[in-house]
Structures are given as C-alpha cells and as structure tokens.
Design a protein around this ligand. Structure first.
Ligand SMILES: [Zn+2]
Length: 583
C-alpha cells in the first residue's frame, strides 16, 4: 500500500468512521495530518490502463470533480468533472464516471476525489498487463499434479511436494488395478482432474498461442521446461495435455475424470491420501462421449500447434484425435453421471453434439480432410443460433469454439457457413458493446449473468468480443473486452482485484486447498475468483442479507465455494484476454 502525503484538513476516516474509508492517519514531520489510505468508493483497474485505450474509473460516493495525481511526486496531471450519477440496478450503487482517457503519459497514478479520498494506484503505459499475464499463466504451474511445485524465489514458500503419484481404476471404469495417470492440473479448489473442463481450458490456452503467439512467445514463465526451445505457454499446456492423452483407453474413448470418490479436506495435495481413481460411467463402453470429443478437439489443435517444436508429439496428438473421433462416431451419446459412491464434480452434460462439432471443426482445420468438413457442414446449422444471443461459451457449451475455429481456418471450407458465422458473431459482439456501454460499471454482465463463475462469464464475453474482432475487426470490440478486464481487476462494486496477489486490494481467501492449508499469509498468486453468484449456492452466501442486488452476492471467504473458488477454465479465459492486451 502506498502512503501518499496528500494534505487534508483532517483525516476523514477518523472524523467520519461510518464512511467506507480505509483510512490510516499519520502525522507528517511538520505536524500536518495526512490521509494515507484508499477509498473503496473509488474503483479503478488496480493494474492499469493501456496508453491508447479508454481510461475510466467509477466513483460511488457523491462528488463533483476528480484529479489524477502522479505517485512519485503527487503532482496533478489531469483534472476532470465526474459524470452525472446513475443508479446501477445490479449493484444498487449510485455510479459516477471519472473519464481520464486523454491522459496518455506512461506512469503510476492515483485518483484524488475531493471529499471522497484517493484510489488505489494504477499504471498507464503501452504494456501494463505483461506481469499480470505472467502471474496468471504461472498459476497453472501451481496447479500441477504429480510433481513437486515451487513458485520461489519470487513467491518463497509457495511450494508443494509431489502429489497423487499413483492412480488406479475405479470399478466404474471397466478396468481394474493400477494406472499411470500422473500429470495434469488440479481442476479448481479441489484436487480432481476432469476431462471436460481440461478440454475447454487447454483448448483456450492453445488458441491463445495460435492467435497471440507473437505477443506471448518471449514471455518466460520460469517453469522447469523454460529454455527448452518451446514457448513456455506451450510447455505448460503440454503438462495437462499429456495427462489428457493418458485418459484415453485403447479403443479411443476417454474416461470422464480422475478424482477421489469424495473431496478431501483442506490439506496440501501431498497430504491427500485418498485414492486417485479413473472414473467411468459404470457400464460399457465406460468412457463418455463429451470427454472423448473434447479430447479429439484439443489433440487436433495440439497437432497443429506443436508441429514446429516437436513434430513427433504433434503426430501422436493427431493420431489420438482421429481415434477419439472414431470412438464418438460409434458412441455419439454416452452421457456421464456420477456412479454410486462418487460425489466429486460431475461435469455432466446431456448433449455432446456441440463437443463433436468442435472436434470435427478442429480436425478439419488441422487436416483439411473432407470427412470432417462434411460432418461440420451437415451439423453446424443446429448450433449457429447460439452465436446470436450474447450467451458466452462454457465447458458445457463449446459449439461457439467449433463454429469460430471453422471460420478462423484458412482452409477452403463452405463459404456460406463461414460468412454466416462471421456475420452472426459480429452482430452479437455489437450487441454486447451496446449493452456494456449502457452498464454504469461498463461491464458486459447482464443481471442474469451473476451465476456460479460470473467472473468467468465476464472473461468469456471478452473472449467472444476478441474473436469477433478477428472475424470482423472493430476497435470497439477490443475496447469492450478490456472493460471486462478492468472489472475483474478492481473496477467493481467491491473495489477488489479478483486476482490473488495482483493489485493493491486483491481478494485474499479463495476456496483453494493449497491456499487454505499452507503456512503463507497470502493465497497462491494469480488465481481468478469465481465472483458474485446471485443463486447463493453455498451456506456462506445464504447468510448474506436478503434482497441484496445480484452483483453484491459475493464473499471473500474460503467457505464460499459458490462465489470464491478458483478454476482452470476461467483462468484460461483470463489468460486469453490478458494476452490480447500485450504489445
Ligand atoms: Zn495432485
């Protein structure tokens, strides 16, 4: 926290303690009182703003004017008038906008709002998010299963020993005995590994490379593979990809997940001694279609992406993707439900048609073979309407990924499909821009979007906008994508950065077992919280007062798994949008 010697008549936090001011007053050498700390009534992106982009802060206490001051000498570099107050129904806040877009000079600043206080500090510059990208991407390394992890010396003490080093088949898998399934990432706050969520996560990271490779290729993540000649984002993705390949049976099908039968307590991963089991459907063919189709899609992307770095690995991925695809042709609708006695995450999905569409599109993009194209052309019309409603994709709904990869491909496909996908995506993006502009917080979330993982929904809106910008370039799409990033990094009703250890006022108590079980005062770094959840799907949220607006239903508590859990899928989307901001 930066102490700034802003001269004031008095320390507001002392005189008016009911004001939500986190004031710590101290007395300067000359005996003047100084307000040192920041007001949560001023919401800024605590990381910063790109020089060329829009720069907007939100003020929720009545005021008229604001100044932007430079941290180094407290000099005022910009003066502005706050916009008219408007009521935001989703938070209940009365919101005034401070627009300082005209300030382009690189530096570190804070807002000073007369009568309210000062904001957290933030940077302006052409490249303000590279450190945030690094920390977000490195969070995946922290989630590695089956190996010892050490985030030091940058984050000393953030370590865990090798965990879950033995796997075995659960009776529901159709097989018996031990199984080498070491690897992968712990999915979320728990230690399970789930193919469906791994699929969208790994696919999103591989897309990040395909789309923003030039921006991220030189960013070294300081992981064990760094310096091996492969870009680190691909090194990290490979850790999970290799586990996904291990989950494929000889017949080509993939088991749904590898977890214990029930969740362990809040222990470090190496202290979780519950058996790590490959779990199937409980009856032939034991594997599930969604998991297998997701594997086909991701391995097909990997076949393109790893080609220049490890042609053998790329070829192995293609072979596995084809095999998985054939399995889904034979078994197009084997749905997974938790077998008796298993209570870990289900990632259940009654319709695997969208997963198969994504697989066909990625296989077509990689191979150019007619059979995959024919499947896509025959089926895409069943899914295209999903592009119209601004309802972002998620682990359960991957049709947008299938449709977009088809349109992004340089292969000579069906022009009519490409044109239609491009048109619908651009129209949906324009609608998102429109409703985001009307939102007092400039976030794309609609009232209905404050669900489990709402921060992931905000990130997904941003990803949708960025993909639209590739298909039909429009600067307003990029600008609005960044608005959602600003929301996640502090421009929200709580004035909270929803990335651990990022920004001056980050959330601190994620539902994340290593963060809860280790000896460190702060949580593991770089992890995105799930965010407000109006459905109150845990006991902690049920304790909140009735009648709270949807965006307020959030608790920075470990117990609130329905609003404060971390998860690899929304972490990957965050990485995608951070990568887009890099120079
Ligand atoms: Zn593990």
């Amino acid at each position: 926290m930066t102490r700034s010697p802003i001269r004031r008549g008095a320390c507001l936090g002392v005189l008016f303690p009911w004001l939500i001011l986190r004031s710590v007053c101290f007395v300067g050498a000359m005996g003047e009182a100084y307000a040192a700390d920041e007001s949560v009534e001023i919401k800024v992106d605590q990381v910063g703003y790109l020089s060329r982009g829009a720069k907007v802060a939100v003020v929720t206490a009545a005021a008229e004017r604001f100044e932007v001051r430079r941290v180094s000498d407290n000099a005022t570099v910009f003066k502005g008038t706050l916009g008219a107050a408007s009521l935001d129904a989703d938070t209940g806040d009365s919101v005034q906008i401070a627009d300082f877009t005209a300030l382009k000079e690189a530096g570190t600043y804070y807002l000073d709002v007369a009568g309210v206080g000062r904001s957290w500090t933030f940077a302006i510059g052409p490249n303000v998010f590279s450190r945030t990208y690094y920390v977000a991407m490195r969070a995946f390394y922290g989630q590695r299963c089956g190996t010892a992890v050490d985030l030091g010396p940058e984050f000393p003490g953030y370590t865990h020993a090798a965990c879950h080093s033995k796997g075995e088949f659960h009776s529901s898998s159709g097989k018996r005995g031990e199984r080498d399934n070491v690897g992968g990432w712990h999915d979320a706050g728990d230690y399970g590994r789930y193919m469906v969520n791994s699929g969208i996560t790994t696919g999103t990271l591989l897309w990040t490379w395909e789309i923003y490779g030039a921006k991220v290729k030189s960013i070294k993540l300081n992981i064990p593979e760094s310096g091996n000649g492969t870009p680190d984002i691909l090194n990290e993705a490979r850790w999970n990809l290799q586990w996904m390949l291990k989950m494929q049976d000889e017949d080509g099908g993939a088991w749904q997940k590898q977890t214990s039968e029930h969740f362990p307590g809040f222990v470090m991963p190496e202290d979780d001694h519950l058996a790590s089991e490959v779990i199937g459907t409980g009856q032939a063919p034991y594997k599930s279609t969604c998991a297998t189709a997701d594997l086909a899609a991701v391995a097909a992307i990997a076949a393109r992406v790893y080609q220049p770095f490890d042609a053998k690995f790329a070829a192995r991925n293609l072979e596995r993707a084809r095999k998985a695809w054939l399995w889904t042709e034979k078994y197009p609708d084997v749905v997974f439900k938790n077998p008796p006695g298993v209570s870990t995450g289900e990632y259940g999905d009654n319709d695997c048609g969208d997963e198969r569409l994504w697989a066909a599109a990625e296989l077509w993009r990689t191979t150019g073979e007619a059979a995959y194209n024919e499947y896509f052309v025959e089926h895409y019309a069943d899914f295209r309407s999903i592009l119209d409603a601004p309802a972002p994709e998620g682990w359960k709904e991957v049709a947008p990924l299938g449709l977009w990869t088809y349109a992004l491909s340089t292969r000579k496909g069906a022009d009519v499909a490409v044109t239609e996908i491009r048109k619908r995506t651009a129209a949906a993006a324009r609608a998102i821009v429109e409703h985001t502009r009307k939102n007092p917080y400039h976030v794309s979330l609609l009232t209905k979007d404050y669900v489990w993982g709402s921060n992931g929904v905000a990130a997904n809106y941003a990803m949708e906008l960025l993909v639209a910008n590739l298909l039909a370039p429009d600067p307003s799409f990029v600008e609005t994508a960044q608005d959602n990033l600003h929301y996640l990094l502090g421009r929200n009703t709580f004035s909270l950065s929803w990335m651990t250890q990022v920004g001056a006022n980050p959330y601190r108590h994620p539902h994340h077992r290593p963060s809860g079980a280790d000896k460190n005062a702060e949580p593991w770094p770089g992890l995105l919280s799930g965010g407000p959840n109006a459905r109150r799907q845990d006991d902690a949220l049920k304790r909140l007062p009735e009648g709270l607006p949807p965006a307020k239903i959030y608790l920075d508590e470990q117990a609130s798994y329905a609003s404060n859990e971390i998860a690899i899928n929304w972490q990957a989307t965050l990485v995608f949008l951070l990568a887009a901001t890099l120079p």
